[in-house]
Design a protein around this ligand. Structure first.
Ligand code: SAM
Length: 268
């Protein structure tokens, strides 16, 4: 059976033991955990995850990998601690597999669906406790706002959890080697606690996306498609935000306050 990497599926197999053990140690994976792995590939992470005694549910789109792993981890499948699912992770109803139990995501993800994976797991009804993800380094840095600049992506992640940049994993630690370096991002404290209501969540995304529509413009100029300038000037003044600020310079906690004010004013 040929297991040649398929570029179209984002297959870059991990070779770094340090990265593998960091991804298991930081979320403190133990025999009490249910772990969801996205894209187990040839099992570089799956094996060490299973060795902790955790129960692993792994979603893999490539049938060749499913067949390979079914043999490789036969004893874990028989013992009931590994479930291999041949399906697109973006199409699954996660609680049907986790049966409502708390779970952690640990994965070297296919980079072409990074944003969709984050959105599906973070904003879904059945959120994980934490996510430890190997992703493109630049994306991980953007999420933790290394340069102090927020983005739609960084704000969307912070709404649901606390992201932390753990370590760089150079391109040489993958086979085949991708064109870019990677990094491990740990998202902890995942919850919906910051979300006051359904309308708050909706407004958060509407306002953030609108304010970033033309990144180089002032946030208020972009927001004027929703409400008039004087409205926003009033809100920004109340919150001590400079009215000429760009969206990327407004910190996450200020965004929560802006959305709160928008909610209040909209319904009075
Ligand atoms: N975990 C392995 C490792 O670390 O060596 C493989 C990681 S590789 C970057 C990504 C894996 O995700 C591949 O095995 C690929 O087939 C799988 N994959 C790609 N798209 C997927 C999807 N939509 N749903 C589930 N798995 C997917």
């Amino acid at each position: 059976m040929s297991l040649e990497a398929k570029k179209s599926l984002g297959q870059n197999f991990l070779k770094s033991q340090k990265a593998i053990y960091t991804m298991i140690d930081i979320p403190q994976i133990s025999n009490e955990d249910v772990v969801v792995e996205i894209g187990p590939g040839k099992g570089a992470l799956t094996g060490p995850l299973l060795e902790t005694g955790a129960t692993v549910i792994a979603f893999e789109l490539d049938k060749r990998m499913i067949d390979f792993l079914s043999h490789k981890f036969e004893e874990y499948i028989t013992a009931g601690t590994l479930q291999l699912v041949h399906q697109d992770v973006l199409d699954v109803t996660i609680h049907e597999y986790t049966q409502g139990k708390p779970y952690k995501v640990v994965a070297n993800i296919p980079y072409y669906i990074t944003n969709l994976i984050l959105r599906t797991f973070l904003s879904g009804d059945c959120q994980p406790v934490s996510m430890c993800l190997l992703m493109q380094k630049e994306v991980a840095k953007r999420i933790v706002t290394h340069d102090n600049k927020e983005s739609i992506l960084s704000l969307s992640v912070k709404l649901y959890g606390t992201p932390k940049y753990l370590m760089k994993v150079g391109r040489q630690y993958f086979s085949p080697s991708p064109n870019v370096d990677s990094a491990i991002l740990f998202i902890n404290n995942i919850s919906r606690n910051a979300i006051r209501s359904d309308v708050f969540e909706q407004n958060f995304f509407t306002l953030v996306k609108t304010a970033f529509a033309q990144k180089r413009k002032q946030a208020i100029k972009n927001l004027q498609v929703i409400r008039e300038r004087s409205f926003w000037e009033g809100v920004f003044k109340e919150l001590s935000i400079n009215s000429s600020i760009r969206a990327e310079d407004i910190q996450y906690t200020k965004w929560l306050e802006i959305v709160d004010r928008f909610d209040e004013k909209d319904f009075t």
